[in-house]
Design a protein around this ligand. Structure first.
Ligand SMILES: [Zn+2]
Length: 406
């Protein structure tokens, strides 16, 4: 979790992050939150001055919309912390600023641009975070007979976080060793080196910094590495990629890893859709379309909520028990008053997170151009239709669906 403007940690579990923001808000109990989203697309806001200008401009807009003087004070303190470099904008492509009425502020740097938004509401507005943050953290291990590097990140970026070098060939001179013994000695040292490298992964995996793993290394190292992987990490290992592990840069690794990462993530969502179709068709443990999904959420039956990126709809929410529906004036559960909600899908996300369901954003999968993502357009580009097959399929199911607990 990132606090105070640091980049969202690689591999951060998005669902856990969003749930944390919601639960804090609920603990506050006064039902006031401010959610600001800033587009800082580096192609549009190239200079530090332009980026700072955008921050100022969004804070100005927030101050104009602020419902009371308390909020104006909070906004001024946020402004002060940006100009005092307490919060930084660095190389973020987007920024989310989530604040509660007690003045607790969370600034999240995003690797993809977001649409500019200023929202005051009862809860933090989470949908843009759900749509922008990577869902899965990735690790990449580069290993040969004497060095190893570990990169962590996501489909948006990869950074080197560990590097180690074992001086395998230098420890022996040949004096006193038979050639065979010398070679056996080296083999053992290489094995030790690979084991040490694999061990470095364990704490990173336990800390939740990656869920999936790719590796690169020469043929003779590969079986050693696979054997050396901890049994917890073996299921995370996706496969090998080809790189000059000694000399490649982090950018080279990202370029080669990205197609594999995208392929895996697409496949994961296809599998999820398949499970959903099966569940809808056979055992009733799946449902789709807005009303049935809201019903399932009202009954606390959702296990996984699937949402098509960009889908929103108007609806109603009960002020006293939180019941969600598409229309009506009185709550069917407790006859409480129903209030209109501009986007009932945002309420559905909250309800799902608070009943410990996982929420999956099925993206429109806009390809990056030279490593930059644009804000996803509303109009479909036929050229990318294949990439968004899963999104289109979910659209055919009403853009919202759920796997159910029972
Ligand atoms: Zn009610």
């Amino acid at each position: 979790m990132a606090i105070g403007g640091t980049r969202v940690d690689v591999g951060t579990d998005t669902n856990a992050l969003l749930r944390g923001l919601l639960e804090r808000e609920h603990a506050m109990g006064d039902g006031h939150a401010m959610s600001l989203y800033l587009n800082l697309d580096p192609r549009e806001f190239a200079t530090p001055a332009a980026r700072q200008g955008e921050v100022t401009s969004v804070l100005d807009e927030a101050a104009r919309q602020a419902p009371d003087r308390e909020w104006k004070k909070i906004i001024e303190s946020i402004r002060g912390r940006f100009s005092g470099e307490d919060f930084e904008v660095e190389d973020a492509h987007g920024l989310a600023i989530i604040a509660d009425h007690a003045g607790e502020v969370e600034v999240l740097q995003l690797r993809r641009p977001v649409r500019r938004r200023v929202v005051f509401g009862e809860h933090p507005y989470l949908r843009p975070l759900l749509e922008t943050m990577p869902r899965t953290g990735w690790g990449v291990m580069l290993v040969n007979s004497r060095m190893a590097r570990i990169l962590l990140g996501s489909h948006d970026e990869l950074h080197v976080v560990r590097a180690l070098r074992d001086d395998v060939h230098g420890r022996h001179d040949q004096g006193g060793w038979s050639q065979a013994r010398f070679e056996r000695g080296i083999e053992e040292e290489i094995k030790d080196h690979v084991r040490r490298a694999a061990k470095e992964l364990f704490p990173l995996h336990q800390a939740g910094l990656f869920r999936q793993l790719l590796a690169s290394g020469p043929e003779e190292i590969r079986p050693l590495f696979e054997q050396a992987l901890h049994s917890y990490i073996k299921p995370a290992f996706v496969g090998w990629i080809d790189l000059d592990v000694e000399h490649c840069s982090a950018e080279d690794v990202y370029r080669v890893a990205l197609p594999r990462i995208e392929e895996w993530e697409r496949h994961e969502q296809e599998t999820l859709l398949e499970r959903l179709r099966e569940a809808i068709g056979t055992d009733g443990r799946g449902t789709n379309g807005l009303t049935p999904v809201l019903d399932a959420l009202n009954e606390q039956r959702a296990d996984t909520l699937l949402l098509g990126e960009g889908f929103s709809a108007a609806g109603v929410r009960c002020r006293s028990c939180g019941w969600l529906g598409v229309a009506g004036s009185t709550c069917p559960v407790d006859e409480g008053e129903l209030c209109a909600e501009e986007d009932i899908v945002e309420c559905a996300v909250e309800k799902a997170l608070l009943q410990s369901a996982s929420v999956v954003n099925v993206g429109r999968d806009t390809p990056s151009v030279n490593g930059y993502h644009a804000v996803a357009p509303d109009i479909l580009d036929p050229a990318t239709a294949e990439r968004r097959a899963v999104w289109l399929e979910l659209e055919g199911l009403g853009s919202i669906a759920a796997l159910l607990r029972y």
